[in-house]
Design a protein around this ligand. Structure first.
Ligand code: PEP
Length: 261
């Protein structure tokens, strides 16, 4: 049977602010973003902002009634209880999050998060109804030794287990080659296309519905200069943006370009 190409929806742009900013700078950033593009430029659900946990409620309040959605940069793998410093998926939902980022390479490296913990986090997130964006991607060493597929596949397999499948419409995958993050050196269009089509193949081999419903994003030094050709790729459903999302002018430009795709 001939396979129909998957219809692409409008691209989704996810702004990962990481551990940057303070009350003053975040208020300024929000003000600029609202003035520059909000509501005039993009449809609902196309822009998601991931502020640091402590500012979530403030950002959610400031953006309520706009088309911008809010998410968190991480969530605990436990539901509740004696976890000092922990923030549960349910708490994130409580303060207005719709999304949560999981398995970012900085979490994997700085906090020693392995695939098992990321899977537990994912379980908690989808259980409460958060949309989870799970990051996968290789180091430069792994790329240079021809391990890209192996790394991606090993990171993906635990995530797309039978336990998660029934809630698969909540899943997004972000391909973020670690060497491209914050390096000003995005992966090439060819590298992105190849990795994302392999991710789609892995999803399809597990479940055709999962493959159809999962959005796959690219992240790693996305700027207003490369966003157009990245989003134009058939395989790309959106982008995860770090550094450029902290500059309202750059981020607004990225959003405006995304609107024309
Ligand atoms: C990220 O860390 O998720 C990221 C994409 O960062 P940058 O855009 O700065 O490379």
């Amino acid at each position: 049977m001939l396979e129909m190409p998957k219809q692409k929806g409008p691209p989704i742009l996810v702004a990962n602010w990481k551990m940057n900013g303070n009350l003053q700078s975040i208020n300024r950033l929000l003000c600029d973003l609202k003035r520059d593009f909000l509501d005039k430029e993009l449809g609902s659900g196309q822009v998601v902002i991931l502020p640091p946990h402590v500012y979530l409620q403030i950002v959610a309040k400031d953006l309520s009634g706009t088309s911008i959605l809010i998410g968190a940069q991480d969530a605990d793998e436990r539901e509740t209880g004696p976890v000092t410093g922990g923030v549960s998926a349910k708490m994130l939902l409580d303060v207005g999050c719709e999304y949560v980022l999981l398995g970012h390479s900085e979490r994997r490296n700085l906090f020693n998060e392995g695939d098992g913990v990321i899977f537990q986090k994912l379980k908690q997130a989808v259980k409460v109804g958060l949309k989870a964006i799970v990051c996968v991607g290789e180091t430069l060493e792994q790329r240079n030794s021809g391990q890209v597929l192996e790394v991606i596949s090993n990171q993906l397999k635990p995530i797309i287990s039978q336990e998660i499948l029934p809630q698969s419409e909540e899943l997004l995958i972000a391909y973020e080659p670690i060497w491209a993050i914050g390096s000003n050196k995005s992966a090439t269009i060819h590298q992105i296309g190849y990795a994302l089509s392999e991710i789609r193949k892995i999803l399809r081999d597990v479940d055709i519905n999962l493959s159809d419903s999962t959005k796959i994003l690219y992240g790693g030094s996305v700027t207003e200069k490369n966003i157009a050709e990245i989003l134009a790729l058939d395989e790309v459903d959106g982008a995860l943006i770090g550094g450029a999302s902290l500059d309202p002018k750059s981020f607004s430009k990225i959003c405006r370009i995304a609107k024309t795709i």
